[in-house]
Ligand binder design. Structure first.
Ligand code: AGP
Length: 623
């Protein structure tokens, strides 16, 4: 939700800031802007900001280059308060034009502050919540004469979630940042320093970074970095080193980041499993700071997450309950704390978040901790807020995921969740050792099978294009149905298509269709069925075949994702996507992949922006 970059050093600030914004554009792309402090005695602020994608700002800067500067800030926006427009784009200026400020988050008491400032005669130039912070900072700066002091005073007046960066016209050597609830990291170069929402912004220049804590103010100038608390007391961040390089943040010859990330899934899943199963078949979760006894004490599991991560949680419920016999509930993080869930010390709350910054999930984690539950987070982002505030963490190792629509994060979340479920079963002695090892062997074999699915995607691409271009038939919608773990996969397939193609797509529990949604089916409506394995005379398989017949009888075009060699399904479906044989609980690692490709190709045929779908942002840091 909004990407922010700040720079002080020896390079052209505009180049560094624009480069950083390009890598952060996945966080929001409604508008973009920069503010530079002109070099030299006179200083002065140079600001340019444009509605739309970063390319609009780049084009404007190419037409009207800004003067040389070595100190600046930049912002790419996901709009909350005020429509996407030039005037609402960040940076925002103080009334005297001497301070430029950018913001990620929501200032919840902005209305009251705005009324106060307006009654003092300040005229607002935008509809944003952010502008109040720019005016307050301008006022404090006049009184304090020091940007860090002024920022400290402003933060004491703000409520809500905010990362702020600011520069002053008469100080071409300083950027000041503040962080509450929204991410901010510091990059440490040689005689140059960076501030950004995410390390991707500065990874081309340095892999040394500092993670800032809650309620901290950071000042960078050419001589270094200093950190203090909102109360003004000296403080420090936590140093870390980024273990991936810039090539991970490039498209590497693919048309889109999403196509690249989809194809990285075998490696990402293998990396997530690596080193976590020892030679004797025991699961070793090093980063998890919970003892075996803690896991034995668990009598209930709650999984909280949003979007795709929530779908990973839904799959995990089936696995945890089957393997451990511990009751497991899955809840949308945005709903969790508002319904007063029953939690105590023996409840394990598993928070799943790729970014580790999703505000809904973070707030649910805080609620769970307040109720004394233990929180284990599963995240892809080392040092992000949710893992930091959890009792324990298991990192997925998907590497950076740039496309807004999640692919490899989902599969690695599944892999990590399976490990947690099997670990629980192991330490509680619920399953025989050979039963756990049999599942682990299958898990370790999954990356090879995912690669096989990816190799066979060409027919899916053609079929998806065909569906997209014949979108006029079938009511202009696509339905997804599944049972058991196929149900969350159906939800995920529908989410991918909605996100990318802007089309009505919906996932249903296949058995539920006849209770209402079947009325959506008309002649030609594509219905994608996730079919479980037919092996062992599966009851589930029989049931979904009946559901396929029900929709076919009403004119649906049935596309079935089924196990290779499943002749019964091929006899009933109009199009079949085969996946390698897999144990039922692990099948989502395979069946989700063709649905990701289906969405990419369908949306491409409609001319959509695959990596940056409209209205979305990758990291949702507002509630
Ligand atoms: C999925 O394609 C989306 N990017 C979105 O649903 C995402 O999964 C959700 O916002 C949760 O994000 P998180 O995993 O970073 O918490």
């Amino acid at each position: 939700m909004c990407g922010i970059v700040g720079y002080v050093g020896r390079r052209s600030a505009v180049d560094v800031v624009i480069d950083g914004l390009r890598r952060l554009e996945y966080r929001g792309y409604d508008s973009a802007g920069v503010a530079l402090v002109a070099d030299g005695e006179a200083g002065g602020l140079e600001v340019d900001k444009r509605a739309g994608k970063l390319a609009n700002l780049e084009a404007a800067l190419a037409d009207h280059p800004l003067p040389e500067s070595f100190c600046g800030i930049g912002h790419t926006r996901w709009a909350t308060h005020g429509v996407p427009s030039d005037r609402n784009a960040h940076p925002h200026l103080s009334a005297d034009g001497r301070i430029a400020l950018i913001h990620n988050g929501i200032i919840e008491n902005f209305a009251q502050l705005r009324a106060e400032l307006e009654s003092d005669g300040i005229e607002f130039a935008s509809d944003t919540d952010t502008e109040v912070a720019a005016h307050l900072l301008g006022r404090e700066y006049v009184m304090e004469g020091n940007l860090t002091e002024a920022m400290t005073r402003v933060c004491s007046r703000l409520e809500g979630a905010f990362t702020l960066l600011a520069v002053a016209a008469d100080d071409p050597d300083t950027v000041v940042g503040a962080r509450r609830n929204s991410p901010l990291v510091v990059g440490l170069g040689r005689d140059e320093y960076f501030l950004a929402s995410d390390v991707a912004a500065f990874i081309a220049y340095t892999t040394d970074a500092i993670e800032l804590g809650q309620d901290q103010i950071v000042t960078i100038d050419r001589s270094g970095v200093s950190v203090r608390g909102f109360d003004g007391s000296p403080s420090e961040g936590k140093p870390f080193s980024v273990d991936w390089d810039i090539t991970a943040a490039e498209k590497g010859g693919y048309e889109t980041f999403m196509a690249k990330e989809l194809r990285e899934q075998p490696q990402a899943v293998a990396d997530t499993l690596r080193g976590r199963i020892d030679e004797s078949g025991q699961i070793v979760l090093d980063e998890v700071r919970m003892s075996d006894q803690d896991f034995r004490d668990v009598d209930k599991v709650f999984i909280i997450a949003c979007g795709t991560s929530y779908h990973a949680g839904l799959v995990t419920k089936y696995a945890i309950e089957h393997w451990t016999r511990i009751p497991c509930e899955v809840e949308l993080a945005s709903e969790f704390r508002y319904r007063d869930p029953v939690l105590d010390r023996s409840t394990l709350v598993v928070a799943i978040s790729q970014s580790g910054e999703t505000m809904d999930t973070l707030m649910a984690v805080r609620h769970a901790k307040d109720q004394k539950a233990r929180v284990l987070s599963i995240s892809n982002t080392v040092g992000s807020t949710i893992p930091r505030e959890s009792d324990a963490v298991l990192y997925t190792r998907a590497g950076i995921e740039v496309a807004v629509a999640s692919t490899k994060a989902f599969l690695t979340q599944l892999a990590a969740c399976y490990l947690v479920g099997l670990h629980l079963a192991q330490v509680r002695g619920i399953k025989y050792a050979d039963e756990v090892s049999a599942v682990l062997d299958e898990l370790v074999a999954a990356p090879g099978k995912i690669a096989q699915v990816i190799e066979g995607l060409e027919p899916v691409r053609q079929m998806a294009r065909d569906c997209a271009l014949n979108g006029g038939s079938g009511g202009g919608r696509v339905l997804f149905i599944g049972r058991h773990v196929g149900y969350p996969v159906a939800l995920e397939g529908a989410l991918k298509l909605k996100e990318l193609a802007y089309l009505h797509a919906e996932g249903f529990a296949a058995g539920e269709l006849k209770h209402g949604p079947i009325s959506l089916v008309e002649e030609g409506t594509p219905v994608i069925a996730i079919v479980p394995s037919p092996r062992g005379r599966s009851l589930l398989h029989d049931k979904i075949i009946s559901n396929i017949q029900e929709v076919k009888a009403r004119g649906a075009r049935v596309i079935a994702v089924c196990e290779e060699g499943d002749r019964i399904t091929s006899a009933h479906a109009d199009f079949v996507i085969e996946t390698p044989a897999s144990p039922t609980l692990l099948a989502p690692l395979l069946t989700a992949v063709p649905l990701q490709e289906f969405a990419i190709e369908f949306a491409t045929a409609l001319g959509r922006d695959i990596d940056q779908p409209r209205n979305l942002a990758k990291s949702v840091t507002v509630e």
